[in-house]
Design a protein around this ligand. Structure first.
Ligand code: B12
Ligand code: SF4
Length: 401
């Protein structure tokens, strides 16, 4: 259950085992009183198979997480109990019911969880070296409501913050030097972010996180970020087409500002990773070339490319379904990298996939790496090896691994 052990702490008489399939095979014959699974939409079919194996052996299976919260009626068919929404309160309620042998089929927490006094990550349960380096959260949710994003539905549009001293304590508790904040929008509240960064300074670690681009305008914030050890910011640019952004309810991203913002972040010695989505209704085949030209001109060090994917429950899914443009309900194809699951407007599905693959191969070509990384020295000592590793991995395995 990745990350679940961060927030949902059962009473101490429960013994927990965390299985990370990235590191180990599932032993379906192990002894367990209860199995809990969390998953994203592309894993749904696979998870239902796992659940069936445990249930066949008489072990009850409970499920929660994004896909369950977005599609509870489906998930419920494959589990003994499901958790809709956040579960800090319903989890404890369920465990009491479970121990009393009278638990319900559905637990729905309608209110946002308090983020005060959250338990710290159980590092003793981790298997992966990168996890034990330090993965954590300071905030939950995002105040924005982009059309394609599942967060507004999952968290009822509520953006919340953990107390700074609790975050700092957890940050300091990791042995590793590098911490990743897996927040969706760490600097959504600029005052909070500044206070947090001040509290991180004494630990002398390195960190990175996602944020929306407004953070890039604020010199005080960037100075504190750099001072506290920020090595990279992940910016959800999404597109270099303003009209695509406007129509995706993301008009607060202004393409005309991108270049200046990236330069400013670089000037604080912080490298930039961007998230880009292809396949918006206004995108035609020219979007791929335009994107690469921009990323090279701005000297963006790293990028995550996705093809637009309408996750169930999002406003985008509803709109495309109303327009008769959803091509498949096979959730394993909702991976954003290998399959196109809706009918694009100004391209064919094949053109979208080809363009997406082309962008990946261009971005991680030696020529583009040279162009991009020569624009700024921010983080060069680690962004160069990372880019080269993507270059070799792309050569060996293609764009989707
Ligand atoms: C970290 C992260 C990743 C990481 C790690 C994922 C992992 N396996 O741990 C990486 C980078 C690998 C990743 C990949 C992807 N991700 Co991601 N990811 C996130 C992120 C930012 C945080 C997840 C997290 O750990 N949250 C912290 C936990 C505590 O919060 P939570 O999951 O909401 O859990 C609460 C409740 O839901 C509940 N709960 C959850 N599970 C369970 C289980 C049980 C049994 C119980 C009782 C309760 C319970 O309790 C928790 C506490 O209240 C989320 C956004 C978000 N804020 O959640 C996106 C998010 C989950 N990802 C998303 C997407 C789209 C993807 C990708 C498909 C992207 C892509 N194109 O490749 C892939 C899919 C990976 C896969 N095959 O499963 C979407 C999910 C959409 C969907 N319908 O599934 C999200 C919501 C982002 C978004 N803005 O839309 N992701
Ligand atoms: S800014 Fe990012 S996290 Fe927030 S709603 Fe938009 S896509 Fe989701």
């Amino acid at each position: 259950m990745p990350c679940l052990n961060y927030f949902l702490k059962p009473p101490s008489h429960w013994e927990i085992k965390h299985i990370d399939e990235g590191q180990e095979e599932i032993d379906f014959n192990q002894e367990a009183d209860l199995v809990g699974i969390t998953f994203h939409t592309p894993s749904a079919n696979y998870v239902y198979e796992i659940a069936a194996e445990f249930r066949k052996r008489g072990i009850p299976v409970v499920m929660g997480g994004p896909h369950v919260s977005l599609l509870p009626d489906e998930a419920e068919k494959h589990a003994d109990a499901i958790f809709i929404g956040e579960a800090e309160d319903t989890w404890i309620e369920f465990l009491t019911d479970f121990e009393n042998k009278r638990f319900k089929k559905r637990y729905e927490q309608k209110h946002p969880s308090s983020l005060t006094n959250l338990p710290m990550a159980r590092k003793d349960l981790f298997h992966r070296r990168d996890h034990s380096g330090g993965i954590m959260f300071a905030t939950r949710g995002c105040p924005n409501q982009c059309e394609f994003c599942a967060l507004a539905v999952m968290y009822h549009c509520k953006f919340r913050k953990r107390p700074v001293e609790e975050v700092a304590r957890e940050y300091g508790s990791f042995n590793g030097k590098v911490i990743i904040f897996w927040d969706d929008n760490l600097a959504a509240d600029l005052q909070y972010a500044k206070e947090l960064f001040r509290a991180l300074v004494p630990y002398r670690k390195w960190w990175s996180s996602q944020t929306s681009i407004h953070a890039g305008w604020n010199d005080d914030l960037l100075e504190l970020a750099a001072k506290s050890g920020c090595k990279q910011l992940f910016l959800g640019l999404e597109s270099v087409s303003q009209i695509s952004l406007d129509n995706a309810n993301k008009s607060f991203n202004k393409v005309k500002d991108y270049y200046k913002i990236i330069k400013k972040i670089h000037s604080y010695g912080i490298s930039v990773q961007v998230g880009i989505i292809f396949g918006f209704d206004e995108d035609d085949k020219s979007i791929f070339g335009k994107t690469i030209s921009f990323l090279e001109a701005a000297g963006v060090q790293n990028a995550t490319f996705n093809m637009l994917t309408p996750y169930p429950g999002t406003p985008l899914f509803k709109r495309l379904e109303d327009e008769g443009r959803i091509l498949t309900y096979d959730w394993s194809k909702y991976n954003g990298r290998r399959d196109v699951v809706f009918k694009p407007k100004n391209m064919t599905c094949e053109e979208l996939l080809e363009g997406f693959n082309w962008v990946n191969s261009q971005f991680y070509s030696l020529k583009s790496i040279g162009k991009r990384l020569s624009k700024s020295t921010a983080g060069l000592w680690w962004t160069l090896p990372l880019n080269l590793s993507y270059y070799f991995s792309y050569k060996l395995y293609g764009p989707n691994e």
